[in-house]
Write a protein that binds this ligand. Structure first.
Ligand code: CP
Length: 328
């Protein structure tokens, strides 16, 4: 069974959020609209709404994370859920307990949702197949497969600046091969109707199947950036690389690092994005990362409202209209 088959419940509502692939455009638009409802909360003195009061959410991060783990925790707390941050390094998995036994023990504590990051592609899907039927599983990044909430917060950020997806040229630059973020972004951009998606990088880290994903491949960054509205820079995922795929970092930066000079190839109002963590001087120059076209820190802020939307939809199984009346 493909992972999107199990994401929806029998009424067609989101139960698990494992991948963007296969989800309908309206579902993605619902997530963006729902997140829009939550985005002003951060500026209020009382940042909480009672939507998930009484629900318990467990964060299971088997891989390091700064942005995703903390914004999931903040999002859950702003929805008034109880949050368990499981420290994998001090959990009984270090004494031989299996992943499924750990999950079943957490289920016995009436956990309603697992937020899972794992270095194995397919881990979140595997967990969704093995938990009790009322539980929701959110993929917070699995191997090089998918990072759907990152892609949705990126779409939220693009929509904030560009309003309409259907006239955009978007360039994704760097380590496409090892990037779960790029894969999820490409599915989301295609589904939302972006007509031109470009991927830019050395041949060694652009997957052979890129053309089947509906993207245009460029190895020359100056050409690839010409006339684009959105530039998404990616980190080199050295922890997932096998063998020598790249020249030195210095040479990589020379060819594929985003500098002020290369940025001039894009439209004057192009925005610069990066899912983080950024490696300054490797894929992006500091003056660009901190410059007027950068929206990198806004992406982080939008992660809270987008993750609130996904968790509320999965645990509340409600529509955007229903949610409007419930905010306090
Ligand atoms: N973008 C992202 O997934 O960042 P973290 O690894 O810090 O969660």
């Amino acid at each position: 069974m493909k992972s999107h088959d199990i994401q929806l419940d029998s009424n067609g509502k989101l139960q698990h959020f494992l991948t963007i692939e296969g989800l309908k455009k309206q579902m993605l638009v619902d997530i963006l609209d729902y997140a829009e409802n939550f985005s002003s909360l951060g500026n209020r003195q009382a940042k909480k709404v009672p939507l998930l009061r009484g629900k318990t959410i467990a964060n299971l991060f088997f891989e390091p994370s700064t942005r995703t783990r903390t914004t999931f925790e903040l999002a859950a707390k702003r929805l008034s859920a109880d949050v368990l941050n499981i420290n994998i390094n001090t959990s009984a998995t270090t004494k031989g307990e299996s992943l499924l036994d750990m999950l079943h023990n957490l289920e016995a504590m009436q956990v309603d949702m697992f937020v899972v990051r794992h270095n194995s592609s397919g881990a979140a899907h595997f967990i969704a197949q093995h938990v009790a039927p009322h539980i929701s599983v959110i993929n917070a990044g699995d191997g090089r497969h998918a990072h759907p909430t990152q892609a949705m917060l990126d779409m939220f950020t693009i929509r904030r600046y560009k309003q309409d997806f259907t006239g955009l040229r978007v360039a994704i630059v760097g380590d496409i091969m090892h990037s779960r973020v790029a894969r999820s972004q490409i599915h989301a951009l295609n589904t939302l109707g972006v007509p031109e998606i470009r991927v830019i990088g050395p041949q060694t880290i652009i997957p052979c199947e890129a053309a089947h994903l509906g993207v245009h491949v460029y190895h020359d960054m100056h050409l690839g950036l010409q006339g684009v509205d959105v530039i998404i820079m990616l980190r080199l995922q050295r922890e997932r690389m096998q063998g020598a795929l790249l020249p030195s970092e210095h040479e990589y930066f020379h060819m594929y690092g985003l500098t002020e000079e290369k940025l001039k190839m894009a439209k004057a109002d192009a925005i610069v994005m990066h899912p983080g963590p950024i490696n300054r001087g490797v894929e992006i120059e500091s003056s660009v990362a901190d410059g007027p076209q950068s929206v990198i820190l806004e992406q982080v802020t939008h992660g809270i409202s987008v993750r609130m939307a996904v968790m509320a939809m999965a645990l509340g199984r409600m529509s955007v209209a229903e949610s409007n009346g419930e905010q306090d």
